[in-house]
Design a protein around this ligand. Structure first.
Ligand SMILES: Cc1ncc(COP(=O)(O)O)c(C=O)c1O
Length: 394
């Protein structure tokens, strides 16, 4: 049965983790893998999540099926977290999904059911899992220009020009905040202009929000999504709790639909749940139940927000310190964009060969496209790291 199969290409980031683990050099630096890390390089369970899990364990007296949409309290809380209070909640629905990836796939399946083979426009570059997830559902993908590697800025005019060539009914995937892999984000005025083009061309926004709270703050990070929700008739959203609740392995996310009215939202939701039934039936409960307990309990929620804010501010401090060190070591402002980027990632604009030299000569690990995980920056070794980077530049 399997003799005709060729091995699937290795996942580059997972391969990098293996190389890092086996590297005996002291002082090695891991800027590769995309999880938040504290000053000791750990990714701890958040305090409020741990407490919610204790309560869950003490109170849960059955593990019978919950249903295709998962935990309805979780879904309501996730809608509020993403859309805020002001959106028209009567026409928004959410289904709990296995992580942000599961939510992306669920939304993609819904799109395929409503417009088979539709084109989804993705930023160039984007998270490498976006194209395969969209294609797996039967959708087509195209790119819009997004990032200027030399300046670290968004190529906004080119992005808009590309979107103006899209056909009515095409879908535009936008990173809600903390763009992965670049760290370069749209400002409020740019979101408004994107909304105008979406309306003008009849395009459907698909917002992927996987880092809410990691950029400018919980509400500020959803500002673009909320601005769109106030302007467009319909949109879809995939959100993830992997990072902002640090529940990576529990697989917690939500797929959301904002339709023209409540009746259309119900129909779309029923189709999305039918897709879930065929994919995995029901989402895993534990992590979503813990997140729901945190979001519904004012004390736990406050503690979660405090810890999330500590994480966000740590990443901001690291950004500024790293940009300062790079300025000192390179005698230039070439890398100043690192301080103005937001989220867990920045793309430095190095060549693959330079990234390889950093690994072999300096035990500095980053993804081949020179994406760094800001949370992995060494607080006490910024100048050494900046010196190493500058040394491979020519
Ligand atoms: C842009 C983006 N979307 C979605 C996800 C989904 O993450 P998960 O499936 O682990 O919740 C990620 C995770 O790295 C991401 O970077």
């Amino acid at each position: 049965m399997f003799e005709t199969l060729q091995p699937a290409p290795a996942d580059k980031i997972l391969a990098l983790i293996g190389l890092y683990r086996n590297d005996p050099r002291p002082g090695k630096v891991d800027l590769g893998v995309g999880v938040y890390k504290d000053i000791d390089g750990r990714t701890p369970v958040m305090r409020a999540v741990r407490e919610a899990e204790k309560r869950l364990l003490a109170s849960q007296d059955t593990k019978t099926y919950l249903g295709l949409a998962g935990d309805t309290g979780f879904n309501a809380a996730m809608i509020k977290l993403a859309f805020g209070d002001k959106a028209d909640h009567s026409r928004i629905r959410a289904a709990q999904a296995p992580g942000g990836s599961g939510a992306l796939r669920l939304v993609a399946e819904l799109l395929q059911r409503t417009r088979a083979g539709a084109t989804v426009w993705l930023s160039d570059p984007t998270w490498p899992n976006h194209p395969p997830v969209m294609r797996a559902a039967g959708l087509k993908v195209r790119d819009y220009p997004y990032f200027d590697a030399a300046s670290g800025a968004v190529r906004f005019d080119e992005m808009l020009a590309a979107l103006r060539t899209a056909n009515s009914g095409d879908v535009v995937l936008l990173h809600g905040c903390c763009h992965n892999p670049t760290g370069a984000n749209l400002d409020a005025a740019q979101w408004a202009k994107v909304a105008d083009v979406l309306l003008e061309r009849g395009l459907l926004p698909f917002v992927d929000i996987a880092y809410q709270g990691f950029g400018e703050g919980l509400d500020a990070d959803a500002a673009g999504l909320r601005l769109l929700a106030g302007k467009v008739p319909e949109m879809v959203v995939a959100s993830s709790c992997s990072k902002n609740f640090a529940v990576y392995r529990d697989r917690v996310g939500a797929a959301m639909i904002m339709a023209k009215d409540g009746a259309q939202a119900d129909v779309a939701m029923s189709q999305m749940l039918a897709a879930a039934r065929a994919l995995y039936s029901m989402p895993p409960d534990h992590g979503a139940a813990a997140v729901r307990i945190v979001l519904e309990d004012s004390g736990l929620r406050k503690d979660w927000e405090t810890e999330l804010e500590e994480m966000r501010l740590r990443m901001l401090r690291l950004r500024v310190a790293f940009a300062d060190a790079l300025r000192r070591q390179s005698n230039s402002d070439r890398f100043d964009f690192v301080a103005s980027h937001r989220g867990m990632f920045s793309r430095l604009g190095l060549t693959e060969a330079q990234v390889e030299r950093l690994r072999t000569e300096h035990a500095v690990y980053m993804v081949g496209d020179s994406r760094i995980n800001v949370a992995g920056l060494p607080e006490d070794g910024m100048d050494d790291l900046a010196k190493a980077i500058v040394s491979v530049l020519d």
